[in-house]
Design a protein around this ligand. Structure first.
Ligand code: EPZ
Length: 414
C-alpha cells in the first residue's frame, strides 16, 4: 500500500472523529468475561479491530463484524489464541486477563517488540501473579494458570495502560477486592471500567491512580459505544494547523485533548473548545515549543511524531523529549528526507524550523510515524509518496477520505 500526497494543501471544513481504537481493543477483550451477547456500536473499520475480532472468533466467541458494529456472544472455548493472529497486534496480549478470569488458564505468544520499543509485559505478569496465577514461559509462549484468582493489591512501577487494563479485567472476576495503585489515568481506562460496570462489574476509581475492583461471579450482555479517538482528533487538529487551515473537528471530548490544545495554542494556533467539537485555525507563523511526552494527562507519546512534523516548519528551534518509549524517533529520518533539520540525542530531538519542507518518497515505520509523514506531505512543496501506508490504515479509519473531505489531495494506491 502507498499514498501519493499533494503538497501545499490547506485543510478546511468539517470532519468527524471515529471511536477510539485504544478504547475498543480492550473492550473487545473484556467481552470474554460474559457468554451473553455484547454489541459494540460505532466501530471504526480499521485492521486492528478486524484482527482482534477474528482472534476472538478463533477463541470460540461467535463474532460478527457488521458495518460499524461488532456483535459477540457465546462462551469462549479456547485459552490459546493462534500465534499468526496474536503476533499481528500487540493488543492481543489483552486477552490474557479475561481468559485467566474465565478459564483459569491462558497461553499466548510472548509479544515481540515493535518499531517504537521493546514493550515488555512484566507489569501485566506482576499483576496476574499477585492475583494468584502461576506463570511460565514455554517455547516462546507465556502460560498462566490459576485454580482461582483472589483479590490483591498491585502496585505498578510505571502507570502502564495495558497492564492497568489487563489486571482490571483479571480482577473483575477474582474472589474479593483488588486495588491497582499507580494505575494509568488514560480516558481509555475509564471507558473500559465503564464497559465492565455496564456488564455488572464493580470497578471504581478508574481515571485516578488507585482503582478498586470487586470481583463478581457473572457478567451480562451489553450494548456499548466507546469514547471518541482522542489521538485521531489530535492528529487532525495538528494537520489543520500544519497546513495553515481552518476546520471544525466533530465528536471530540475537549478534556481528552487538553495537552494537544495547550501546545497548539502555545505555538500560535487558535483552538476553540466547544461541548462536542473543537475549532482549529492557524493564522500566523508557528512558534517553537518544548514538549515532553508523559502518561495522561501529560502530552501523549502517540502525538509526538505528528507534532514533530508540525514543528519542522516552526519559526525557530523546538525540543521534544520522548519519555515513554525508548525508540520513538523512527520518523526523523524520513522527515529529514523532506528537508527537516532534526538532531536526536537519545530521547531528545532538537527540531530547527525550516521555511518549508519538500515532497519526497518516504516510508511509514508505524501508525503514528505514518500519520506524521502525511502531515508533512500535506504542507510540503511538491508531492510525497508514502510507502507502507498500511500502517496508517491499521489505526485510522479512512484517513485519506477524511483529509480529502477537507481539501487534501491524497491518492491511496494498493
Ligand atoms: C498503549 O500501549 C497504547 N496502545 C499505545 O498506543 C500508547 O502509545 C501507550 O499505551 C502509551 O500511552 C493501546 O492502547 C492498544 P504502556 P501499551 O503499557 O499499553 C513500559 C498507538 O499508536 N512497560 O503504557 O503497550 C513500556 O515498555 C499505540 O495507538 C513496561 O515496562 O503502553 C513503555 O515504555 C502505540 N512493562 C511504557 O511502559 C509493562 O509491563 C508505556 O507502555 C508494560 C509497559
Amino acid at each position: 500500500m502507498k499514498m501519493v500526497i499533494k503538497g501545499k494543501s490547506t485543510l478546511k471544513g468539517k470532519i468527524e472523529v471515529s471511536s477510539s481504537k485504544n478504547a475498543i481493543l480492550p473492550i473487545l477483550a473484556a467481552s470474554i468475561l460474559t457468554d451473553d451477547v455484547v454489541e459494540i456500536d460505532r466501530v471504526p473499520k480499521i485492521n486492528d479491530v478486524t484482527v482482534i475480532g477474528t482472534l476472538l472468533g478463533e477463541l470460540g466467541k461467535q463474532t460478527s463484524i457488521l458495518d460499524r458494529k461488532i456483535v459477540m456472544g457465546g462462551k469462549v472455548l479456547s485459552h490459546h489464541p493462534p500465534y499468526d493472529l496474536a503476533r499481528q497486534i500487540r493488543a492481543s496480549v489483552l486477552v490474557m486477563g479475561p481468559l485467566l478470569a474465565r478459564l483459569g488458564t491462558v497461553r499466548v505468544a510472548l509479544p515481540g517488540g515493535c518499531a517504537i520499543g521493546s514493550r515488555p509485559i512484566d507489569l501485566h505478569l506482576k499483576g496476574f501473579h499477585a492475583l494468584g496465577a502461576e506463570i511460565n514461559l514455554r517455547s516462546g509462549d507465556l502460560i498462566a494458570n490459576t485454580n482461582g484468582l483472589r483479590g490483591a493489591h498491585v502496585y505498578l512501577d510505571y502507570p502502564s495502560v495495558g497492564a492497568t487494563e489487563n489486571i482490571m479485567m483479571a480482577a473483575a472476576m477474582a474472589e474479593g477486592i483488588s486495588y491497582i495503585e499507580n494505575a494509568a489515568l488514560e480516558p481509555e481506562i475509564a471507558d473500559l471500567a465503564n464497559f465492565i460496570n455496564c456488564m455488572g462489574g464493580k470497578v471504581s476509581g478508574a481515571g485516578t491512580n488507585v482503582i478498586r475492583i470487586e470481583g463478581v461471579k457473572e457478567f451480562k450482555g451489553v450494548n456499548y459505544t466507546p469514547i471518541p479517538d482522542r489521538i485521531e482528533a489530535g492528529t487532525l487538529m495538528v494537520a489543520v494547523a500544519a497546513t495553515k487551515g481552518e476546520a471544525i473537528i466533530n465528536n471530540v471530548i475537549p478534556e481528552h485533548v487538553k495537552a494537544i490544545t495547550a501546545k497548539l495554542t502555545e505555538s500560535g494556533t487558535e483552538v476553540v473548545e466547544n461541548k462536542h467539537n473543537v475549532e482549529v485555525r492557524r493564522l500566523s507563523k508557528i512558534n517553537p515549543v518544548y514538549i515532553k511526552t508523559l502518561p495522561y494527562p501529560g502530552f501523549p507519546t502517540d502525538m509526538q511524531p505528528q507534532f514533530m512534523a508540525y514543528l519542522s516548519c516552526a519559526n525557530g528551534s523546538s525540543i521534544i523529549s520522548e519519555s515513554v518509549f525508548e525508540n520513538r524517533f523512527m520518523h526523523v529520518q524520513d522527515l529529514s528526507r523532506m528537508g527537516a533539520d532534526i538532531k536526536t540525542e537519545g530521547k531528545i530531538a532538537i527540531i530547527k524550523g525550516m521555511r518549508k519542507l519538500t515532497g519526497a518518497q518516504v516510508k511509514a515505520s508505524d501508525l503514528r510515524a505514518g500519520a506524521a509523514l502525511i502531515i508533512a506531505g500535506l504542507s510540503a512543496q511538491g508531492d510525497t509518496v508514502l510507502l507502507d501506508s498500511h500502517h496508517v490504515d491499521r489505526g485510522y479509519e479512512d484517513i485519506t477520505g477524511k483529509l480529502n473531505a477537507m481539501s487534501a489531495q491524497i491518492q491511496s494506491i494498493p
